[in-house]
Design a protein around this ligand. Structure first.
Ligand code: ZN
Length: 278
């Protein structure tokens, strides 16, 4: 049993396996308990958990915020940054704030007044551990493992699959691709770069290469993401890259292995590369 479990794991530098496993089980439990079918609705979870919430216009001060006052919790969602309550980003932010409530040490810190309110900028952009944990909780809550695995069963990986899942669960392509790499239905790697440096990357246990060509220092030039940073080029289709373009290769025979790279471009010089073997 132990080896089997190992093969389901993913690797990366976003969170440790221990943090990841605990948060994933917690989020799965909350999702299945309150929203057992289809897309998860964070508003229903908040209502049933007796957390009040409101949508308002708060400028640039936060995406979402969990506040604790007189024993009660309240979630604020900022329409100024998230447009309206049903955008993927608003749902993700709402789920992130629910994470601050359900993850014990986040809620306890709030309840004890150590952090009276919790302003968040969500969507895998923060280096802060608490924020990364809440982001990961959000992706597990909105993309529950068992449902997700059923949808991926016997399906070969292609970018279209991420698009379909993202539509079904009303989650962003980034959150959906990261979730795919965590659950590990088939070998992929996701690399998130901002301004030509690599912020984090994540890959399934069975992905053939683990060592990025320049580490996290900079995006390799001859990759689709590299071309975005050097020439501003944006691809709409999945592009072919060689193993040698992205990774440090030990054996010469591996150099010409072909991969697809599909880039999802963000608004602030950020690119998510989804990489899988051809
Ligand atoms: Zn937060």
């Amino acid at each position: 049993m132990k080896t089997r479990k190992m093969h389901n794991k993913s690797k990366g530098d976003f969170l440790t396996d221990f943090q990841k496993d605990n948060i994933e089980s917690l989020a799965e439990y909350v999702a299945d308990y309150y929203c057992p079918k289809g897309a998860v609705n964070p508003e229903i979870i908040a209502e049933q958990s007796k957390i009040s919430f409101s949508y308002g216009n708060y400028g640039d001060s936060f995406d979402g915020l969990l506040e604790h006052e007189y024993g009660k919790f309240h979630i604020y969602i900022n329409n100024d940054r998230l447009v309206h309550p049903y955008t993927e980003r608003a749902r993700f932010t709402f789920a992130h704030e629910i994470g601050h409530y359900y993850i014990d040490h986040h809620r306890n810190a709030l309840a004890q007044g150590l952090a009276p309110s919790h302003p968040s900028f969500t969507g895998f952009v923060s280096d802060n551990l608490v924020e990364r944990e809440a982001d990961f909780f959000a992706s597990c809550l909105l993309l529950p493992k068992n449902r997700f695995k059923q949808d991926c069963f016997r399906r070969k990986f292609e970018f279209k699959l991420i698009q379909e899942l993202s539509k079904k669960y009303q989650t962003s392509l980034t959150a959906t691709a990261l979730r795919y790499a965590t659950i590990g239905c088939s070998p992929i790697m996701v690399v998130y770069s901002v301004s030509n440096t690599i912020k984090w990357y994540w890959y399934t246990y069975d992905f053939p290469f683990w060592s990025l060509k320049h580490g996290k220092l900079r995006v390799p030039e001859d990759t689709a993401a590299g071309e975005y940073f050097s020439k501003g080029k944006e691809y709409t289709s999945s592009e072919i890259v060689f193993a040698d373009d992205w990774f440090n290769i030990k054996f010469e025979s591996d150099m010409s292995r072909q991969f697809f790279e599909h880039c999802v471009y963000g608004k602030q010089q950020n690119v998510l590369s989804i990489i899988w073997e051809k």
